[in-house]
Design a protein around this ligand. Structure first.
Ligand SMILES: Nc1ncnc2c1ncn2[C@@H]1O[C@H](COP(=O)(O)OP(=O)(O)OP(=O)(O)O)[C@@H](O)[C@H]1O
Length: 280
């Protein structure tokens, strides 16, 4: 069996006349840490939204562990409006919803931290566990038995211990320092037991010290939880240090891909992005 965890094939996402992602193909293999970088507005978050089923792409396919989870082609008004490539190449519609995609093993964090601000650290993780089983008929009808509930509480606590957040379990999440809130968001993503973790700017707003900690943290997580990671990030020190491979987007289009060394010496990437990257 191949080690391919995620592939995007000719994915285009057009909002009206704006082509946010333009014919993007990429792959992520088991155990890799892959970064998706590029200037503001290059289409990175839109690509995450397509992978996680938030947006149906206008054209193209997405595979998770070699099985198609998303497929679409220009239809209705978009038939006329479509200005991307590969018109006519796809004819199938497959739309797994975000909850189904999470259940298959894809979890994500967001650019703007999304926590239940008024709940404790522990409850934030526990709820993520509950949410993951919501589409199960038994739990949906509140027949989650005590043993299952106890097990979820135990797993939530274990997760907090591994992530070094156990001592904060009773704190209200909004009272945590920023870096800890980011960790908690990752804990919530891990609560759904993913095999692929998508991180959208995990170091946003962090100082250099916190960013350095995060680098170690992501590595540790990857090993401890047997994860594959696809990460959007603007902090180039983190990206270059941690990534096995990097994809670079500019105006929705892939302009380069390769190892950190390849990317750092790629003139097109330097011109479009690295030369102006804000590496706080
Ligand atoms: N829902 C939407 N409707 C219309 N246009 C959108 C929508 N979402 C994104 N866009 C547009 O698509 C383009 C890509 O945006 P996107 O947020 O994916 O970029 P990004 O690379 O993640 O940027 P950043 O680094 O600033 O987060 C932008 O021009 C944006 O305005």
């Amino acid at each position: 069996m191949s080690d391919r965890v995620l592939s995007l094939e000719n994915v285009t996402m057009q909002f009206g006349g704006v082509v946010a992602v333009n014919n993007l193909s990429l792959e992520v293999n088991k155990g890799e840490i892959v970064a998706l970088i590029g200037p503001n507005g290059a289409g990175k978050t839109t690509a995450f939204n397509v992978i996680t089923g938030v947006y149906a792409p206008t054209n193209g396919m997405v595979y998770f562990k070699e099985k198609p989870i998303i497929s679409n082609f220009p239809q209705g008004k978009m038939k006329k409006l479509y200005s991307g490539e590969n018109m006519g190449k796809y004819s199938e519609v497959i739309r797994k919803t975000p909850d189904v995609i999470t259940k298959l093993g894809v979890a994500r964090t967001f650019q703007n931290i999304r926590l239940f601000k008024n709940l404790t650290v522990f409850d934030n993780v526990l709820i993520a566990k509950h949410m993951n089983i919501q589409s199960n008929v038994f739990s949906a009808t509140l027949r989650l038995n005590r043993k299952e509930e106890a097990n979820m509480r135990k797993e939530s606590m274990e997760l907090l211990e591994i992530l070094g957040l156990a001592h904060l379990k009773d704190e209200i999440s909004s009272s945590l320092p920023y870096g800890q809130q980011r960790k908690l968001e990752i804990a919530r993503a891990l609560a759904t037991k993913p095999s692929l973790l998508l991180l959208d700017e995990p170091a946003a707003g962090m100082n250099p010290h916190e960013t350095h900690d995060l680098t170690q943290f992501i590595r540790l997580l990857k090993d401890d939880f047997n994860l594959t990671v696809l990460m959007i990030e603007h902090h180039m020190n983190l990206v270059m240090e941690i990534s096995d491979r990097i994809y670079v987007l500019d105006f929705g289009k892939l302009i380069a891909s390769g190892t950190p060394a390849d990317i750092q010496s790629n003139q097109r990437v330097i011109d479009a992005y690295l030369g102006v990257a804000d590496d706080e």
